[in-house]
Design a protein around this ligand. Structure first.
Ligand code: F6R
Ligand code: MG
Ligand code: MG
Length: 378
């Protein structure tokens, strides 16, 4: 029998700015979800926070995109939003972009990652959640974990992994809607890299084992501004990764987060900042960031979840965090300049665009002045 693993996440309000949800808010969402554990809808569930976002991880038998499961998460977030408003939390209901639920939270604001599969006898998997960034933040870690033997020795050591992985990549910037392309590692590695370097345009939707056809990764591809037609906050993605056996080992999937790669989404959703791996429920701080990623490692059997190991709480990551903090401070030294701030099209605020429009009539052409200077010089 197949099991579905669904994670649905939203920013519905936080204390002290975009820092973290209040305990009352987290409790409100948790109690609404936990009431359904073991009933006809859910086998199991776990509610957690990363930065200012609340994620609901659920196991069930209803398949991907199930309206009842999605409505349960939506209602829990709506109920939570009432608590957020009562407490005066900042950005209450921020990611709930529509008033009425219409069958599926996709396209309504929350981030979603889901996959349905036949459970293996041992089913270890990782649940990643990132705050103050967008789905492209997972491009590099996934490329390294599933396509690069410099990161993943399993690609050389395991005959199953050596057969490579199929990447399904979404073009989230196409004007006529979402488009996807399927590319195979290793033979398409350069093509995969050519797409994944552009994190605002191309994002990994899923990754599949070519040895068995099994799904390894389900990642969120939601871009809030594609939904609302304007920027309404960063997209703060989630991702599920099955590990071990025919998939990369847990450590191979975690290793790329030691890089602290620069990602979009820091401070007012408008800056590049290094991605810091953090324990769950640790909030954000410096420069409304830096962008953070958490990872809960679990196993499941018949849909029942074990307790989660907080993968980035291990002391190893303290040193990484120090390095990422130093990188963040170094980048912030250049303020608004160059690569520190996002390009015009990606800015969450419209102030710069308005300022440029206001200056437009004050520009004058130099055409006449140039020849005179040239003649004098001659
Ligand atoms: C992510 C998030 C941010 C905000 C951004 C602007 O958690 O909420 O991307 O959307 O910082 O927020 P305001 O405009 O409220 O300062
Ligand atoms: Mg927020
Ligand atoms: Mg957030």
């Amino acid at each position: 029998m197949k099991t579905t693993l669904s994670v649905i996440k939203a920013d519905i309000g936080s204390i002290g700015g975009h820092i973290r949800p209040s305990q009352a808010l987290l409790d409100a969402v948790r109690s609404r979800i936990h009431a359904h554990r073991g009933n006809h809808l859910l086998i199991d569930a776990r509610v957690s926070a990363t930065g200012d976002d609340i994620a609901i991880l659920m196991t069930h038998r209803h398949g991907v995109g199930d309206p009842a499961v999605h409505k349960l998460a939506w209602d829990a977030f709506r109920g939570g939003t009432d608590v957020a408003r009562r407490q005066g939390l900042y950005g209450a209901g921020q990611d709930l972009l529509k008033d009425a639920f219409s069958g599926n939270v996709r396209g309504m604001g929350p981030a979603v990652a889901e996959m349905e599969f036949e459970e293996r006898p041992a089913e270890p998997f990782l649940f990643f959640a990132a705050d103050k960034t967008d789905p492209g933040a997972f491009n590099l870690p996934l490329y390294l974990a599933f396509a690069d033997p410099m990161n993943t020795p399993g690609l050389l050591l395991s005959p199953e992994l050596s057969q490579g992985f199929r990447f399904v990549i979404m073009d989230v910037g196409h004007t006529e809607g979402d488009r996807v392309i399927e590319l195979n590692a290793p033979e398409d590695m350069y093509r995969i890299a050519a797409l994944l370097r552009d994190t605002e345009r191309y994002v990994v939707e899923s990754v599949w084992s070519r040895a068995t056809g099994e799904q390894a990764v389900a990642a969120c591809t939601t871009r809030l501004h594609n939904i609302a037609g304007k920027y309404t906050g960063k997209d703060d993605p989630v991702m599920l990764v099955r590990v071990q056996k025919n998939f990369p080992a847990t450590g191979e999937v975690l290793a790329p987060y030691a890089i602290g790669a620069l990602v979009a989404g820091g401070m007012r959703g408008s800056h590049n900042m290094p991605l810091m791996p953090v324990p769950q429920e640790s909030g954000v701080s410096y420069f409304d960031g830096p962008p953070v990623v958490s990872c809960a490692a679990l196993c499941m059997h018949d849909g029942r979840l074990t307790e989660a190991e907080d993968a980035f709480a291990h002391p190893f990551w303290d040193r990484v965090r120090d390095q990422v903090a130093a990188k963040a401070i170094e980048l912030r030294r250049q303020g608004f300049f160059g690569a520190a701030m996002l390009p015009m099209a990606e800015l969450e605020y419209t102030g710069v665009t308005a300022m440029l429009a206001e200056l437009e009539p004050r520009f004058r052409l130099r055409e006449e002045a140039r020849p005179q200077v040239a003649m004098r010089a001659g």
